[in-house]
Design a protein around this ligand. Structure first.
Ligand SMILES: [Zn+2]
Length: 374
């Protein structure tokens, strides 16, 4: 199982990453969460004139897919993020065609995680002239980090490994699978089965228009600003802003109901959240989860990240090892707040994400600014 390290799987398949997280779900599930591979679980939300969001199900499951945003101008359309599943991208394209006859001229990829750009090939096939946009860092990470993961063989091997663990009732390290964790594996296995055939269909399509700092794309009397504010959730997060309706699309700098800590840059991310709040946007479209209409959730995220940072610094300052520190970090108030209905999937995902975030915060306390994405 060594080869299934969480580095290998970060972001494509959270499932395996989560195998390494201690603890488990309480066996009190009321219903299974919606799956992002299923188009009937998406909501189409109008946030301003000519701005629609395909809101994916909450990203609280082992595998996730990001929201997509559609901005329609007088001459063309800009889309932010194309999701994880080609079938969902095709469904989105059909919806866009029912909303407008104009072509998609720009497709922005906010960051390198595959759940935000594996649908690119579908958009290119449907709109051959589409210009795909990202930061140069993201373009590079797509090739070096994401590309090796987009491999049906990996999905098949993962399925096999998880099935083996489920039937043995033991985790990779030989310890028994806690009852609740079993639930997570079972759900993730179902999701993998839905994704595996789709990986065969993915036409890897990279961005060609690289935005280093800032660019404006005019859709016809509708300028759209695309900006790199600095490192945060990843090394190359782009944010998209439509000034005429004060609509801000954040990528995974903001994820509802809890932030994703994997591979993040905690102290820089805190600064990014402040910058996002300064937009005073009317609508904030997160990478996953429901659209926000004020800064309240941004504040919650920022308080959480600051707490992670403070606890990591304090533990390191007291000479605690990462392992020891991880046992005493306390985020229960945040978990209660963010997984308000006590959903066990949300609580499990929160713990996994925060364990990863805490490791990053601890490493920052020890090493200073982190050089890597892992
Ligand atoms: Zn995402």
């Amino acid at each position: 199982m060594r080869q299934f390290s969480h580095r290998t799987y970060a972001s494509l398949i959270y499932l395996v990453l989560l195998l390494q997280v201690p603890g488990g779900l309480q066996a009190q599930v009321r219903s299974e969460p919606l799956s992002p591979a299923d188009t009937s679980s998406y909501r189409v939300v109008l946030v301003a004139t000519g701005i629609y969001v395909f809101v994916a199900p909450d990203g609280i499951t082992p595998m996730v897919s990001g929201n997509s945003t559609v901005v329609i101008g007088d001459d063309g359309v800009l889309v932010v993020d194309s999701g994880q599943f080609p079938s969902v991208a095709r469904w989105e394209i059909a919806k866009i065609r029912s909303l407008t006859n104009l072509p998609v001229r720009y497709l922005v990829n906010t960051h390198w995680h595959p759940d935000h750009w594996l649908g690119n090939g579908e958009f290119r096939a449907a709109f051959p002239g589409v210009v795909i946009v990202s930061t140069p860092i993201t373009r590079n990470l797509m090739e070096t980090q994401a590309r090796p993961l987009i491999d049906p063989k990996i999905a098949a091997a993962t399925q096999k490994a998880v099935k083996g663990m489920l039937s043995a009732g033991k985790q990779a390290d030989g310890t028994p699978i806690p009852e609740g964790t079993m639930l997570w594996y079972r759900y993730g296995l179902g999701q993998l089965e839905a994704l595996a055939p789709q990986l065969e269909e993915v036409a890897i399509t990279y961005p060609t228009e690289l935005v280093r700092d800032d660019a404006t794309f005019d859709l016809g009397r509708r300028p759209v600003r695309v900006t790199f504010l600095g490192r945060g959730n990843t090394e190359g997060d782009l944010v998209v802003y439509v000034p005429d309706s004060k609509t801000l699309v954040t990528g995974d700098l903001v994820v509802h109901p809890y932030p994703y800590g994997f591979g993040s840059f905690i102290s820089e991310w805190i600064d990014r959240i402040k910058q996002l709040a300064a937009f005073n946007a009317t609508s904030i479209i997160p990478g996953h989860g429901a659209v926000e209409h004020d800064n309240q959730y941004l504040t919650e995220v920022s308080v959480l990240l600051e707490s992670l940072q403070r606890q990591a610094r304090s533990a390191f300052g007291q000479g605690m090892s990462l392992e020891a520190a991880a046992k005493v970090v306390d985020l229960t108030t945040f978990r209660r707040q963010m997984c308000a209905d006590g959903d066990p999937y949300c609580r499990y995902g929160f713990d996994a994400s925060m364990a990863a975030g805490f490791e990053r915060a601890y490493r920052e306390a020890k090493e200073g600014k982190l050089a890597d994405q892992k």
